[in-house]
Write a protein that binds this ligand. Structure first.
Ligand code: SF4
Ligand code: SF4
Length: 296
């Protein structure tokens, strides 16, 4: 736990959690319309706190460290220092990182990252469209699509373990099948692709009318997208969508993916026969819940 100067207590690490996120920075070189963690100028205490946590905690073999932000790679040397601390203190740990992938467009950066990263490392790259203008509109910065695509190719040149994350919003929901086809043709080397329901917090609240779409509206399109990748024998999942908002034939692809501290069920879920398999809802989304959440 961390006790701030204002007396506020923050839980920074849960010993029993399967996955613990470490917020390394809030700065980012994107400004996604649905960003749950709106970009801010860098506060060095976040990185220092993460290093202290890594120096103090004991991590079991079934637990994962998740490096997140903001965009962790923008920390440059401090980012590499974090990788060094993990290598020293937790060399056998499973590590994943959430990134927009743009830093990896720089081949020398990618090379350095590969030489320093912990052994068991998964890079999760967000890619929200098969069309450059659509992706750039979603992430708020022109030229991002090509940098992310180049980053994915550079990581693949080193045979890195890569996951692609597509956050579904009103802007890209009608293109999911095309996005899946694009991913299958251009990034067949990834080990996992996931289509993700949106958390309505941060910038997603400010841009609610632009980004929110009820998952019930895109269930058929999501089915077509999943079919493209699964037929190509690629590993594909659905994150953050309750089972009642997904076509039953896709339930085997849906994962219980919402972090414990922001995960719950609605009172009507009590009578649902599939509750034990369902990911439930984001409590952080507050009252923004689909009216199609209905017990099965
Ligand atoms: S969602 Fe991720 S990539 Fe987009 S602005 Fe937020 S931190 Fe940056
Ligand atoms: S009713 Fe609740 S528990 Fe059942 S599928 Fe929907 S969200 Fe999940």
């Amino acid at each position: 736990m961390l006790i701030g100067k204002d007396g506020i207590i923050t839980v920074v690490w849960e010993n029993k959690a399967q996955m613990n996120p470490l917020l390394l920075t809030e700065m980012c070189d994107c400004r996604c319309l649905m960003c749950p963690q709106p970009p801010k100028t860098h506060d060095r205490t976040l990185t220092e706190t993460s290093k202290r946590i890594l120096n103090l905690v004991k991590i079991e073999s079934n637990q994962t460290i998740c490096l997140t932000g903001g965009e962790p790679t923008l920390l440059k040397e401090d980012f590499f220092d974090i990788l060094r601390v993990i290598n020293k203190k937790h060399p056998k740990s499973t590590v994943m990182m959430l990134t927009n992938g743009k830093s990896f467009a720089n081949f020398e950066f990618t090379k350095r990252f590969v030489s320093l990263r912990p052994k068991d490392f998964l890079t999760c790259v967000s890619m929200h469209s098969d069309v450059d203008e659509v992706h750039d509109r979603i992430v708020g910065v022109k030229g991002s699509f090509y940098k992310t695509a180049m980053g994915l190719q550079n990581l693949a040149r080193f045979r890195e373990k890569i996951e692609i994350r597509v956050v579904v919003s009103r802007i890209n929901a009608h293109r999911l099948e095309s996005i899946a086809t694009f991913i299958q043709r251009n990034f067949p080397f990834i080990i996992h692709c996931t289509f993700m329901g949106m958390e309505i917090t941060g910038l997603a609240c400010d841009n609610y009318e632009t980004v929110w779409i009820d998952p019930h509206e895109y269930r058929a399109e999501l089915s077509r997208a999943i079919r493209v990748l699964s037929r190509a024998d690629m590993n594909v999942s659905i994150y953050n969508l309750p089972l009642c908002l997904v076509e039953p034939k896709l339930w085997s692809f849906a994962r219980q993916s919402i972090s414990g501290w922001k995960n719950d069920y609605l009172p009507i879920c009590e009578g649902c026969s599939v509750k034990s398999r369902c990911c439930g809802i984001f409590t952080t989304s507050g009252l923004h819940q689909s009216p199609y959440i209905i017990p099965q």
